[in-house]
Design a binder for this molecule. Structure first.
Ligand SMILES: Cc1cc2nc3c(=O)[nH]c(=O)nc-3n(C[C@H](O)[C@H](O)[C@H](O)COP(=O)(O)OP(=O)(O)OC[C@H]3O[C@@H](n4cnc5c(N)ncnc54)[C@H](O)[C@@H]3O)c2cc1C
Length: 411
């Protein structure tokens, strides 16, 4: 049986980053994925500023990526607010638009070039008790032995289930669909859309520029623990394209003519324990998606690196505690905003009002900078100034509301 220091299941941004960091440090690492690369993945294809910074740190240049800066939020009344892209102390003033075919392959190839051993197979179970070093069973019948197993197999992680680390009934689920349309778009637009007056869609839609000059159009919603609600994304997609057309953001598209790909998002770390014994969960497997706006690539990469560092730091059975501790910094935003997100979904009428207020003239120019920092989890590391002051104040207020006794127990 082949034996490794670590087996990583899933070669998306989380798994490939973990494999890259481990292999560069000289560890013996297997990188298992059921798919061959390049492989597609439903996504808005925007890698946020923290992800861009990690790429720079790793020395990975992604060909065919396009820089995008400011973002527009279209409020429920159709008014637009500009969220300026502000540089931070530890992140740049832009994101990258790049297809997941290209982006995930670049990370995967970097990990393999660093020495990770690629294995194309389906993970079906752990070989033993997750508390002690064991390994993984693969569908083709083989087993890989390892001191540590890293679950990087996405939102519906089988590693998390096999290790008993997730309660899927409690998790904060989201679902989103995306399609590509051959239409130019200058800036990324997020749309707070009302299919019926004063009844906000319980998520948001987007139209983002793609690296090749087209548009990535998507619609996503928070469904909480009730995953059946996800069908609303498909039922409403054509209506949403009609709305984009009326907003002047998209040419008319025939109903049902845009090929769609969907995917689950697991947000806010709810219902998931990120590590125990010799099993560590990273990225979507750990539920690290931003509960406010659905970003998960940067968190996947950061958690992949944190898992690698925890494994390299000492004994395999100490890695879980070390990893959980390191996650605390970048999950603070999640702990605050998971309850905020639940509130948003439960009170669409109030959110319609808030969306109108925030995108109203005068208000929008006053809050746009802070809104961008808060919504995109960029307050930590933001440069001093009025935008950071307002965003930090909002964080304190949301924290006081979200983490008050009783509320924190329920979430
Ligand atoms: C429609 C949509 C739009 C999104 N837009 C954005 C965006 O614009 N920006 C952003 O930052 N985030 C976005 N996200 C979130 C982002 O896609 C995820 O957070 C990110 O992909 C997480 O990376 P990961 O490595 O944890 O998991 P994944 O990228 O899901 O990778 C998991 C890997 O595990 C493999 N795998 C799964 N099960 C097994 C198994 N049993 N055995 C072997 N291999 C397995 C899969 O083949 C896959 O390669 C979006 C999500 C959706 C659904």
């Amino acid at each position: 049986m082949l034996s490794f220091d670590a087996v990583i299941v899933g070669a998306g941004p989380a798994g490939s980053t973990a494999a890259l960091c481990l292999a560069r440090a000289g560890a013996r690492v297997a990188l298992v994925d059921r798919r061959a690369f390049p492989r597609d993945k439903a996504c808005g294809d925007l890698v946020g500023p923290r992800g861009v910074r990690l790429l720079e740190e790793f020395g990975i240049e992604v060909a065919e990526a396009r820089r995008v800066g400011d973002m527009i939020v279209v409020g429920p009344s159709g008014r637009r607010a500009l969220l300026p892209a502000l540089p931070g102390a530890d992140y740049p003033d832009h994101a990258l638009a790049v297809s997941r075919l290209v982006f995930d392959r670049a990370l995967f190839e970097a990990a393999v070039a660093a020495g990770a051993c690629p294995v194309r197979d389906l993970f079906v179970g752990l070989t033993g008790d997750p508390l002690t070093p064991g390994g993984v069973q693969l569908a083709a019948g083989g087993e890989l032995r390892a001191d540590v197993v890293v679950g990087a197999d996405g939102a519906t992680s089988r590693v998390a289930t096999a290790a008993g680390l997730v309660d899927a009934r409690r998790a904060l689920w989201g679902f989103a669909l995306r399609g590509y349309v051959d239409a130019p778009v200058d800036l990324p637009h997020i749309l707070l859309w009302e299919p019926e007056p004063w009844r906000l869609f319980p998520g948001y839609g987007w139209i983002f520029p793609t690296a090749d000059g087209g548009a990535n159009v998507g619609l996503g919603l928070a469904v909480g623990p009730d995953r059946l609600l996800a069908r609303q994304a498909g039922e409403r997609f054509d209506d949403f394209c009609g709305y984009l057309h009326r907003q002047g953001l998209l040419p008319a598209v025939r109903r049902g003519s845009v090929p769609l790909l969907g995917g689950w998002l697991k947000m806010g770390l709810i219902g998931t324990l990120p590590a125990r014994g010799t099993v560590l969960l990273t990225g979507d497997a750990a539920g690290l998606v931003n509960p406010l706006q659905g970003e998960g690539i940067a968190q996947a990469m950061a958690s992949g690196r944190a898992a690698a560092n925890a494994i390299l730091a000492g004994r395999p059975d100490g890695a879980a505690a070390c990893y959980r501790e390191s996650l605390r910094t970048f999950t603070a935003h999640h702990r605050i905003n998971a309850p905020v997100q639940r509130g948003i979904v439960r009170h669409p009428g109030s959110v319609s009002v808030a969306g109108r207020v925030l995108t109203a003239p005068l208000v929008r120019s006053a809050v746009g900078g802070a809104w961008g920092l808060y919504w995109n989890d960029l307050v930590r590391g933001a440069l001093p100034g009025p935008h950071r002051a307002v965003a930090a104040g909002t964080t304190r207020l949301a924290s006081a509301l979200a983490l008050r006794p009783g509320r924190s127990r329920r979430t």
